[in-house]
Design a protein around this ligand. Structure first.
Ligand SMILES: Nc1ncnc2c1ncn2[C@@H]1O[C@H](COP(=O)(O)OP(=O)(O)O)[C@@H](O)[C@H]1O
Ligand SMILES: N[C@@H](CCC(=O)OP(=O)(O)O)C(=O)O
Length: 265
């Protein structure tokens, strides 16, 4: 028995959230090799009669890579401007690679307020269901140019969880630059051990040490664990995998690679 492989096999509706570090290279540009490989895997999922919604980070860092300036300007207005630029870079890459498989993509940008308002929530659901029913892959990000401070979701792990709950997904797959949750930060401690299955999140939090987030990441491992809590509450399981490893979803599906699964059942 392999819980990650079994979960992917059984899941028809899958939300895939991709972190900034996965999607960008060291210079902040779109990591085309990685993105191309992820799109190819999503196409394989679709060919196997699964439906996929993507939640993609990376607008901010890809904005830095695109114009090669302002990267040190921490002011919110500059961050917003970089996200506006980088979002276009990302969507162009998604459109190109999905286009190779004859698949259209649709961009949806959301804020926290959208999930608090029942009318907006219904509108999001209707748009998402229609896109998926028509064979289009929705690509969601936070609407970074309008969502500052009080209306900010803050991190795309939470956005991925809200999306999975709203769509009533069977699984949320989070692709980060790490193999899964460890008992301590694996980038700082060489003897850190991977935790493959989590059924009690409070116990996990009392057992592990949480270190720094990665250079371009927003929430770190803590927001991934909280995203798991959010979806588990609705009976949805979450899988954390290393999105930088080629064919990671296909390999996890075949039982050749592992990660951390937070069981929602
Ligand atoms: N106990 C831990 N287990 C796994 N990762 C951890 C842990 N503590 C800290 N981290 C760090 O969290 C980072 C992932 O979060 P983040 O930088 O926000 O990534 P992303 O851009 O994919 O959202 C990893 O690169 C890792 O170094
Ligand atoms: N909306 C932001 C992403 C914020 C975010 O949560 O990033 P990450 O921690 O890498 O998932 C952007 O596209 O840059």
């Amino acid at each position: 028995m392999n819980p990650i492989s079994d979960l992917i096999k059984e899941s028809r509706k899958i939300v895939i959230k991709i972190g900034s570090n996965v999607l960008s290279d060291d210079n902040g540009a779109v990591n085309r090799e990685v993105l191309h490989n992820i799109v190819e895997q999503v196409n394989t999922l679709i060919e196997n009669h699964k439906q996929v919604i993507m939640v993609s980070s990376g607008a901010g860092i890809c904005g830095v890579g695109a114009i090669n300036k302002w990267s040190r300007r921490g002011d919110m207005n500059y961050k917003q401007a970089l996200c506006a630029i980088g979002q276009v870079e990302l969507m162009m890459a998604y459109k190109e690679y999905f286009g190779d498989y004859g698949i259209h993509v649709g961009q949806i940008l959301l804020t926290r307020e959208d999930f608090l308002d029942p009318h907006r929530t219904l509108n999001i659901r209707n748009a998402l269901f229609t896109l998926v029913d028509e064979g289009v892959v929705p690509i969601i990000n936070e609407n970074d140019s309008v969502s500052v401070d009080e209306i900010k979701i803050g991190d795309n792990d939470t956005l991925g969880a809200h999306t999975a709950n709203l769509w009533n997904a069977d699984a949320l797959i989070v692709l980060s630059d790490i193999n899964g949750v460890y008992d301590k930060d694996p980038k700082a401690e060489t003897d850190a051990k991977l935790i493959e299955e989590v059924s009690d999140i409070d116990r996990l939090l009392s057992d592990i040490d949480i270190g720094e987030k990665s250079s371009f990441g927003t929430g770190g491992i803590a927001t991934k664990i909280e995203a798991a809590r959010l979806v588990n509450k609705y009976g949805i399981s979450m899988i954390l995998l290393n999105g930088k490893k080629p064919d990671i979803i296909k390999k996890a599906w075949n039982g050749e690679e592992t990660g951390t699964v937070f069981s929602g059942r």
